[in-house]
Design a protein around this ligand. Structure first.
Ligand SMILES: Nc1nc(=O)c2c([nH]1)NC[C@@H]1CN(c3ccc(C(=O)N[C@@H](CCC(=O)O)C(=O)O)cc3)C=[N+]21
Length: 295
């Protein structure tokens, strides 16, 4: 058996086409959504990701605002850039590209982001809203995983999803989305302290591998027909980007998200969704306030 591909590139394109018409509808009301990025330093990977985000914006008609700071930027200078974007009416939502240079208190920076402009969906206020079941921007990678499964008709309702990795961007937050009534999955969160990882993986209908450990998920750990999503990023001995899933898994799994070409493009598309939804919320709030004044 050979797994069917969970095609992140094609699914992200479909999401972006939908956003084009939503941006046009906003423009007709005089609203022009803008995505901001704060990039500190010269890390080639980070520069590449940020450039990609601005290309995506151009594709769907979102304007982009860049704040590029040198590697030597101080805590105060980075915080000043964040305050500027909080105040800037042209900036609907933004991200502070992680990681920040050593010596910078990243949590202090991230907590300064206006929660209404949090395009990553990872501000403590928005994570709290997610726990409480209130609406707000959702974490991009977990939401990308869910949209990728839905787009291909993989059943989430009632499924046992095994997540490997407890990082905040994926492992910690994805269970909050998947266990909502609307998704209705059962979630097991595994990590480096898990005693019998292969035994738990074998029970999974859906595996989300987000540990950053090459070949963590082996063919013998996968139930035949399961969906396997490779979210991990690490580098092999040649410096090439590698995922968490052994290539042999394609012979056992029913569905497999490639890496690259799977969850990465979905993460980027979801960032745009968060910006467009923030603009739509602002438009609705402005309309409601206007209606109030009229009577
Ligand atoms: N505040 C913040 N928010 C982030 O969302 C964030 C961040 N910081 N720091 C770094 C990570 C990494 N990340 C990726 C997003 C898309 C791809 C992606 O689209 N990759 C392509 C191409 C990969 C390649 O060829 O190099 C793919 O998977 O097909 C990769 C990595 C977002 N991050």
């Amino acid at each position: 058996m050979t797994a069917q591909i969970l095609d992140g590139k094609a699914t992200a394109s479909a999401i972006k086409s939908d956003l084009v018409s939503r941006v046009e509808a906003l423009n007709a009301k005089g609203i022009h959504p803008g995505l901001g990025t704060v990039l500190v330093g010269e890390d080639p990977g980070s520069k590449w990701y940020v450039a990609g985000k601005h290309r995506d914006c151009a594709e769907v008609g979102i304007s982009s605002i860049r704040r590029d700071l040198p590697e030597t930027a101080t805590q105060e200078e980075i915080e000043a850039a964040v305050r500027e974007l909080n105040e800037d009416p042209a900036c609907t939502g933004y991200i502070v590209q992680l990681p920040l240079p050593k010596g910078i208190d990243a949590n202090r920076v991230l907590e300064l982001i206006d929660p209404a402009k949090d395009a990553d969906g990872l501000h403590p206020m928005n994570l709290g809203r997610l726990v409480l079941g209130e609406s707000g921007p959702l974490p991009c990678t977990p939401q990308g995983v869910i949209q990728l499964l839905r787009h291909h008709g993989v059943e989430i309702n009632g499924a046992h999803v095994v997540v490997v990795g407890r990082g905040i961007t994926v492992g910690r937050s994805i269970g909050l989305l998947l266990t909502r009534r609307s998704e209705n999955a059962t979630v097991t969160l595994c990590h480096t302290g898990t005693r019998d990882l292969p035994g738990i993986l074998r029970q999974a209908d859906i595996i989300v591998a987000a540990a950053g450990v090459r070949h963590l998920v082996r063919p013998e750990d996968v139930k035949p027909g399961a969906a396997v999503l490779d979210v991990g990023v690490s580098r092999d001995e040649h410096g090439k980007i590698a995922g968490d899933v052994h290539p042999g898994v394609a012979e056992v799994a029913g569905w497999l998200s490639p890496n690259p070409g799977g969850v990465g493009p979905m993460t980027r598309a979801q960032l745009l969704v968060n910006v467009v939804e923030a603009a739509e919320r602002n438009a609705k709030a402005a309309a409601d306030a206007g209606a109030g004044h009229d009577g």
